[in-house]
Design a protein. Structure first.
Ligand code: M6R
Length: 382
């Protein structure tokens, strides 16, 4: 019996379906951030409190005896590496060098016995990072990959691998993988501390709990999207942005600046706030926007004095500050509020309003969110 088929037109395509109802992949991926952290932390701690990485094929003895850590990565992954430096040095008491992957292989790097190289890459296919770990291996280093893609080139070529379990990231601007990378690396820092006995067991447990609280804090920030959009609306005419932070607020500032420049094509620079006086202050004048990460109580006073300096020169100040910070309103023109978190974990929370800000600015300027001009998701040629 003949079957009569009637064509049915649908007004969506495969890409729209994959976006799961969001306008773009970036929004989807920003909203997936709490899950990206939760998945990355899942099953990483045994009942006895030992932090464990099933995929890490390096013995405990070897990890314990590490003399020096070198991190190689590019872009957002490099910023995650900078956060890891603070955590590994603080908790595991091993000195850490963080290198831009494309610089590492051309500078005749020193690899001594006991050097552990960590290559961080969302895609695991970034040519600069792969070449850097090849160079490190040639010189005798043990290499750990931190990547989001199972069986990627970086994973295959490394001695060991830790997977960030953030799920596929499509948007050129990396978001959820940054949070997953920081979570995985801070966990590795705690594992190193356990092996080297540099942090009391009860403190490791407390840090682990703190790390697990981050997903909910990120979810809280995501509910505040509209207040970030309101700030972006006020600043749509601005053309120059300086992002400032101290301690782990510095890599957070770098990441905020990178998000803004790649998405909106506006001039944005990230600086350690203490460097301001060493040059950049000359560029501060009315019309310039200073975005400051002011969430760390230990850095608060210093940050406020930096902000007073830029205010005195006419800058507009946007501060990322905690919910309980009452003093910030006196100096900042706009405040992006976040829940307080353990300072070492704060980049995962504080970067979220900066991602939303960059997104809102780019949207306001009519930019292509998922495919910014001149950029590829993965850079596979030098
Ligand atoms: O795949 P990777 O993590 O190695 O990529 C590194 C950079 O190319 C990447 O983070 C780039 O900076 C992003 N577009 C930033 O959003």
């Amino acid at each position: 019996m003949p079957v009569h088929l009637h064509p049915l037109s649908v007004d969506w395509d495969l890409e729209t379906a994959e976006k799961g109802g969001y306008d773009d992949f970036m929004t989807k991926e920003i909203n997936e951030q709490p899950d990206a952290i939760r998945s990355t932390l899942l099953d990483r701690r045994r009942r006895d409190g030992t932090i464990t990485f099933d995929e890490l094929r390096i013995s405990d003895e070897e990890l314990r005896d590490v003399k020096r850590v070198v991190i190689v990565a590019a872009g957002t992954s490099h910023h995650a590496g900078l956060v890891a430096k603070y955590a590994i040095e603080r908790w595991a008491r091993v000195s850490v060098e963080v290198d831009i992957a494309s610089e590492y292989r051309y500078r005749d790097p020193i690899v001594e016995i006991g050097t552990l190289v960590i290559g961080i890459s969302q895609s695991g296919e970034t040519i600069d990072t792969i070449q850097a770990i090849r160079e490190a291996k040639r010189r005798g280093a043990r290499v750990v990959a931190v990547t989001n893609i199972v069986e990627s080139s970086l994973a295959r070529e490394s001695d060991a691998v830790i997977y960030t379990r953030a799920g596929l990231e499509v948007s050129v601007a990396s978001t959820k993988v940054f949070l997953a990378q920081v979570a995985a690396l801070e966990l590795l820092a705690l594992r190193l501390a356990q092996l080297r006995d540099t942090v009391p067991a009860s403190d490791v447990d407390a840090h682990f709990l703190g790390l697990n609280a981050v997903a909910a804090q990120v979810a809280t920030v995501l509910t505040r999207r509209s207040s970030v959009e309101d700030v972006a609306k006020q600043l749509l005419g601005a053309r120059d942005f300086f992002f400032l932070g101290r301690h782990v607020g510095f890599p957070t500032a770098l990441e905020g600046a990178l998000k803004l420049k790649e998405l909106s094509y506006l001039h944005a620079e990230g600086y350690p706030a203490g460097e301001l006086k060493h040059g950049p202050l000359a560029l501060i004048e009315p019309g310039v926007v200073v975005v400051a990460v002011v969430t760390d109580p230990a850095m608060h006073e210093k940050m406020l004095s930096n902000l007073a300096e830029v205010k005195a020169r006419g800058a507009t100040v946007v501060a990322v500050a905690t919910d309980d910070d009452e003093s910030i309103a006196a100096i900042a023109d706009y405040v992006l509020r976040v829940p307080a978190t353990e300072p070492m974990f704060s980049p995962m929370v504080d970067v979220v309003p900066l991602q939303l800000f960059a997104y809102a600015m780019a949207r306001g300027l009519g930019r292509n969110i998922d495919r910014p001009r001149n950029l590829a998701k993965t850079v596979t040629v030098e």
